[in-house]
Write a protein that binds this ligand. Sequence first.
Ligand SMILES: Cc1ncc(COP(=O)(O)O)c(C=O)c1O
Length: 395
Amino acid sequence: MSFFEEVHDRKQTKSVKWDMLQMRFQSDDVIPMWVADMDFKAPEAVNQALIKRAEHGIYGYTVIDEDVTSAVTDWVKNRHGWDIQSEWLNYSPGVINTLHMALQAFTEPGDKIMIQTPVYTPFYNIINVLEREIVKNPLIHQDDYYTIDFEDMENKLASGVKAFILCSPHNPVGRVWTEKELRKMAELCLQYDAMIFSDEIHADLVFQGHKHLPIASLSTEIADKTITCMAPSKTFNLAGLQASYAITPNKENKEKLTNAFLRQGFNNSLNGMAVTAMEAAYRHGESWLGELLEVIQGHTEYIKEMFAAHAPELKVTKSEGTYLVWVDCSELNMDKEELNRFMIDKGRVGLNPGQDYGIEGDTFMRINVACPRATIEEGVKRIIHAVEIWREANN
Ligand SMILES: Cc1ncc(COP(=O)(O)O)c(C=O)c1O
C-alpha cells in the first residue's frame, strides 16, 4: 500500500480535526473532512529528525541558525523563483500571528482593511478584534470559477483602504492567481497607497499547469509595499508544530514589523521541534511533496467526477491548488443552517460550512481532500447517498 493510501487512527492525539467532533458537529458519527490539516504522515526525513531530536532529550533554548535560514531561503528560491535575503525574515509561530502583527504595525484602529470574500475565516476575526474596518472586495463567481472584480477593488481602494490581506493561493476558492491578476492587484494597491499583506501559506500546494508567484517577487516597488507570509505547515502537515515566517524586503517595513513582534513579546524565535521539522522538510521533503500533489489533485478530480455523475446538484468549483474543495450546494435549496445539518445528519461527514467564509459562502461547503483514498471514497459515497434521498423527497 502506498504511503498516501495508508489510513492512520488520529483519535486521541489531541487532534482538532478528529478529537473535537462532538463539540464541532454534535456527533461522533461523521468522517472529519474539515479543518485544514492532512491525515498523512509528514515526510519520513521530518519524523526521523524529530525522533533524533527527542532521543537527545534536552530541550533548551533554540537558535535559528544559518542551516535553518538557508533551508528557508533556498526553498523560496528553488520553489518560487524568489531570491530572498535572510535579513528579510521574521519567524513566527503562525501566519495568523504575523497578520495580527502586520495589522498592528501598519494600521490604526478604525482603518479600512480589504479582503476578497469568501475567504479564510480568521481574516475577519483579526480585523474585528483589532477594531479595524472590514472592506469586502467580493470575488466574482461564474461557471464554478472565481475571478477578481477589479472595478470594485479600485473603488474600495479609492475609499481609503490602508491594507489589503491577499490570500494567494486562495482559501477556500482554490484559485492560483496569475501573474496578470497579481500585477493588476499590486498596481492598484501602489496607486492608492495600500500595504499588501500576502498570505501565501498554500504556495506550495499548486496543481499541474499552474504556478504560484509570490506577489512581492514581481517588482521592487511591489516588494516595498508587501509583507509575505509563508510556512511549511500546510505543505508538510506540520501545523501542530507551529512554524512560519514573514518576508519583508523593505528595511523600514521590516523594522516596523519586528517592533510590532517585540511589543507583543515575540523575539524572532520558534520552538526547537518546529525548527527541526522546518529544516528537515525544506531540505528533504521535495519528492514527498511531488507525490502529495498528485494525490490531492487526483482526489479533487475524483470528487468533481463523482458529484457530476451521481449528485449533479453539487457543483465543484474549478480548483487550481490547495487541498480544499469548494462545493456550491445552492441547488439543494437549503438555508445555511439546514445545509450544515444536512451534511452532518444525513451525509455523516464533518465539513466546513461555507457560511464561515462570509455571506457569499452561505450555500457552499468546503471539503478537505487531504486524506487517504478510502476516506475520500467513503465521504463521497455518504454525501451522494444523502443527496439521492433529498432528490427522492423533493421530486
Ligand atoms: C489562508 C490561510 N492562512 C493561514 C492559515 C493558518 O495559518 P497558521 O496556522 O500558520 O496561523 C490557514 C490555515 O488553514 C490558511 O488557510
